[in-house]
Design a protein around this ligand. Structure first.
Ligand SMILES: Nc1nc2c(ncn2[C@@H]2O[C@H](COP(=O)(O)OP(=O)(O)O)[C@@H](O)[C@H]2O)c(=O)[nH]1
Ligand SMILES: [Mg+2]
Length: 317
């Protein structure tokens, strides 16, 4: 039972389309890196290193990939430049598999956790609320009863925006006035969710990273209040990162990890950027699983991140 069975043609087309900008960028650069060469030699490897770094794969991960290719050349003696993308694809996929973080099978939740509580965090504008809308859609489609909590009470528009998603998807939302205590919203949401036998609760939060102490206190308070209703909540703290910011996404992940314990990542806006290589670096470097990727603004444009599919799509023909 391989994941390929679950990966429909539609989803593959969506992924290919979503990653097309990165893909073109990487291909263009690789084509230039091997121009006039038939054999993968030191020069080609130097150029390739630059291609990967400038595609936001990150220096450390790039060095690992180059090392793997060097080892391979040492083994195979002669490697044709025509084979370079295929080799890259194989080596990156196998590198990512070394990082033993689990991949989701589907939009599903672990058994025995009802409601399963997801707290969504991240800097303003990265795509938290949009990702919540898409998640709600997928969980609902999978037959789950979903509750949303509008705990980003900092801006009126934030509460409204989540309200629009809840209507669009057809799931319940718990909200209060703008400016009300986010922890109180989270508490109300969990209470309603429990009373109504919800399967999944997703809590939106405000992301004001410029004040780390406040952020930390606020997130801690929200978590503590949740535990009064569901003792082991939150089951998941999902950090949303904007993939189009490239290297800055790494820094945000590191900063947020200091403010609260992050258990999963969603990387958004990969459709609008040539910096999609960032997913490879993050997936290799951080010990936090990338669970979801955002490849557009529509409900279907959230996918479960699967390393091999991702690399195949990025370096495939
Ligand atoms: N192209 C694209 N846009 C996205 C994606 N995810 C979010 N956005 C857009 O990013 C903007 C900010 O999203 P929002 O959910 O409000 O971010 P929040 O402030 O973190 O809640 C909105 O215009 C979204 O439509 C994505 O995967 N692809
Ligand atoms: Mg928002």
């Amino acid at each position: 039972m391989g994941f390929l069975n679950f990966f429909s043609k539609d989803k593959k087309e969506n992924l290919d389309k979503g990653l097309s900008k990165t893909k073109e960028n990487v291909f263009d650069k690789i084509t230039r890196a091997v121009a006039g060469k038939s054999k993968v030699d030191e020069d080609v490897l130097d150029n390739l290193e630059e291609v990967l770094v400038t595609s936001d794969v990150g220096v450390e991960t790039t060095l690992k990939v180059i090392q793997r290719i060097e080892d391979r050349i040492a083994r195979d003696k002669y490697v044709n430049t025509n084979e370079l993308t295929a080799i890259l694809r194989e080596e990156i996929a196998s590198l990512l598999q070394d990082n033993q973080v689990e991949e989701l099978e589907d939009f599903d939740i672990p058994a025995g956790k009802k409601p399963y509580v997801i707290m969504v965090v991240g800097v303003n504008g990265v795509g938290k609320t949009t990702t919540i809308g898409k998640l709600a859609y997928h969980f609902k489609k999978a037959g789950k009863k979903v509750y949303l909590g509008a705990a980003d009470t900092f801006r009126a528009a934030a509460v409204e925006q989540l309200g629009i998603w809840s209507e669009r998807v057809g799931v319940d939302i718990v909200k209060q006035k703008m400016g009300s205590d986010p922890a109180s919203v989270a508490y109300d949401t969990l209470n309603s969710a429990v009373a109504n036998h919800a399967d999944v609760v997703i809590i939106d939060t405000a992301g004001r990273l410029h004040n780390k102490i406040n952020l930390m206190n606020e997130l801690t308070k929200i978590k503590n209040v949740m535990k009064k209703v569901v003792p082991d909540a939150p089951h998941e703290v999902l950090l949303v990162l904007d993939g189009s910011t490239g290297q800055n996404a790494y820094n945000q992940a590191k900063e947020f990890s200091k403010a609260t314990e992050i258990t999963a990542l969603a990387i958004t806006k990969l459709d609008g950027t040539a910096k999609g290589g960032v997913v490879i670096g993050i997936s290799d470097q951080l010990q936090i699983p990338v669970k979801y990727i955002g490849i557009g603004e529509g409900l279907e444009d959230l996918q479960i991140f699967r390393k091999k599919e991702f690399v195949d799509s990025l370096f495939g023909n």
